[in-house]
Design a protein around this ligand. Structure first.
Ligand SMILES: *[C@@H]1O[C@H](CO)[C@@H](O)[C@H](O)[C@H]1NC(C)=O
Ligand SMILES: *[C@@H]1O[C@H](CO)[C@@H](O)[C@H](O)[C@H]1NC(C)=O
Ligand SMILES: *[C@@H]1O[C@H](CO)[C@@H](O)[C@H](O)[C@H]1NC(C)=O
Ligand SMILES: *[C@@H]1O[C@H](CO)[C@@H](O)[C@H](O)[C@H]1NC(C)=O
Length: 466
């Protein structure tokens, strides 16, 4: 930027000097040099003011953008969570277009390169008559446990996960002590693998412990109204309206072992005080948004829009919705559209908070890579039957059966084939708009994928650490 400014100001000055060799023009030159020098000085002054008041990170404040094993000597070390968090918040301060560009070209988390490698490996296996899903170690072969780990130090409460696993192991023989049970808190991001996770829970938890309405126990909860009569709530999967005490007494009273929270943000200031094992599932943000449009609007489930541009303009609540969810930030849509440095800083801080929350989650899944999550799910939750992870499950499928031949999830490629591709479906203009409105979520999703990968390939180390 500075080089550019210098050249633009410097060139006319040089030309002036070359043209006026004669002494008669010396006075002129002096004046011009003086004027131009003042201009340059003023420019630098203005530039300094802009640079220091606007929180765009310079190169040296961005720690290593390379994955483990590729860190150049002399570069700053991103060896653990503190370093990663700083990197992530600095990236989040970039204007959306630059952020997307950086994620695309620098791939700070190494996950984009991994996605390509996975797709390639699946394709190679297919070509040789193999099946990626019979190769659960495919991921381990492509990604080795790095030294710069975003998942260290481990911030999860392992006591609670161990409690859940014990409960599950004992379920057949010992009646559960409801007063000390742990449960799964599933933060359900819409259209990002949530129904699949509920089906997985149904296959592994004893039936009596699973709320029958899409793993959302509050569907059955009642609250006294002002007249003293107990009324059911209008919403299922909306846990913000319940205090921790109410959540816990309802869960324990019915001995429910899973609570899905689909419609409300995650309040990290109190939910982590619940005796719960925290689980969520991510999906590439643009795919998720398009899938929601397809599910609700194109397939007629309570949405009147058929034009995605109009729908997207109307649904500001979906802009950076992952970041809003995990940082519990209301009105994220306004921040996503704002270019004021104050709002951009608030967005960056929200992203930092969302990341803090995510690292305390016991299990962070990614819909694209569910097929490779089996062993991790087993070791964290104690589930034994993980076959669901290789099967696609769609909610309310009978309403509108699809014939895309993708009822079996054949790895990352299966998911890619069954989705509408944003690149194909959206106009270039709409693609750009939506991408920028989801830029922070792109960053958070990259981090979530990195968390997943590290935990898959490093989980043996983590067991030893426990
Ligand atoms: C970077 O982190 C790794 C892993 O903790 C450590 O072994 C290495 O010494 C660190 N390097 C520097 C330059 O701090
Ligand atoms: C736990 O709660 C369930 C559901 O309310 C009940 O059926 C069961 O008997 C309770 N178990 C114990 C040990 O109290
Ligand atoms: C983990 O959860 C248990 C049970 O809720 C709690 O007693 C303990 O303090 C927690 N441990 C940490 C490190 O937060
Ligand atoms: C969709 O909506 C946008 C703005 O709301 C409008 O400009 C555009 O023409 C619409 N497209 C179609 C195909 O109707």
């Amino acid at each position: 930027m500075i080089m550019h400014v210098t050249r633009r100001r410097g060139r006319p000055l040089l030309r002036q000097q070359q043209r006026s060799q004669s002494k008669s023009k010396a006075f002129f030159i002096t004046v011009i040099v003086a004027v131009c020098s003042s201009l340059i000085a003023f420019y630098y002054f203005a530039l300094t003011v802009v640079l220091f008041s606007y929180p765009v990170p310079n190169d040296s404040s961005l720690p290593s953008l390379k994955m483990a094993g590729k860190i150049d000597e002399g570069e700053q070390n991103v060896s653990d969570y503190a370093g990663w968090r700083q990197l992530v918040v600095n990236l989040a301060r970039l204007p959306p277009a630059s952020l997307l560009q950086t994620l695309q070209t620098e791939d700070p988390f190494g996950v984009r390169e991994m996605e390509q490698k996975i797709l390639q490996a699946e394709e190679n296996l297919d070509a040789s008559g193999g099946n990626a899903l019979n190769n659960p170690r495919l991921l381990e072969g492509l990604f080795s446990c790095p030294t710069d780990r975003i998942t260290l130090p481990d911030q999860r409460n392992h006591t609670l996960a161990a409690q859940l696993r014990r409960q599950l192991a004992d379920a057949q023989t010992i009646p559960t002590d409801n007063s000390s049970m742990a449960f799964i808190f599933f933060q359900h991001l819409r259209k990002a693998g949530g129904t699949n996770f509920c089906t997985l829970a149904q296959a592994n938890l004893p039936t009596a412990h699973v709320p029958s309405y899409y793993c959302m126990p509050d569907y059955y909860w009642k609250r006294k109204d002002s007249k003293g009569s107990h009324r059911p709530q209008a919403c299922a999967g909306c846990l913000q309206q319940w205090s921790n005490e109410e959540i816990l007494s309802n869960m324990r009273g019915r001995s429910h072992w899973i609570a899905g929270n689909e419609w409300d943000r995650f309040d990290a200031t109190r939910y982590f005080e619940l005796p719960a094992v925290f689980v969520t599932s991510f999906r590439r943000p643009l795919h998720r948004a398009l899938s929601q449009f397809r599910f609700e609007c194109v397939e007629d489930r309570g949405c009147k829009y058929k034009n995605i541009t109009a729908w997207w303009e109307h649904r500001r609540d979906l802009y950076n919705v992952y970041t809003a969810t995990f940082s519990d930030t209301p009105r994220m849509g306004r921040l996503a559209l704002s270019q004021s440095s104050k709002d951009m800083e608030q967005g960056a801080q929200a992203l930092g908070n969302a990341l803090d929350t995510l690292l305390r989650y016991h299990l962070v899944l990614n819909m694209e890579w569910l097929a490779y999550a089996g062993k991790l799910v087993q070791s964290v939750l104690g589930f034994r039957d993980t076959s669901v992870l290789t099967r696609r499950v769609r909610p309310l499928i009978s309403q509108h059966a699809r014939q895309d031949g993708q009822d079996h999830n054949s790895g990352a490629r299966g998911i890619a084939k069954a989705s509408w591709l944003p690149e194909d479906y959206l106009s270039p203009q709409q693609y750009l708009v939506m991408s920028e409105n989801l830029a922070l979520d792109e960053l958070l999703t990259d981090a979530a994928q990195r968390i997943f990968l590290e935990r898959v390939v490093c989980h043996m180390d983590d067991h030893e650490r426990r």
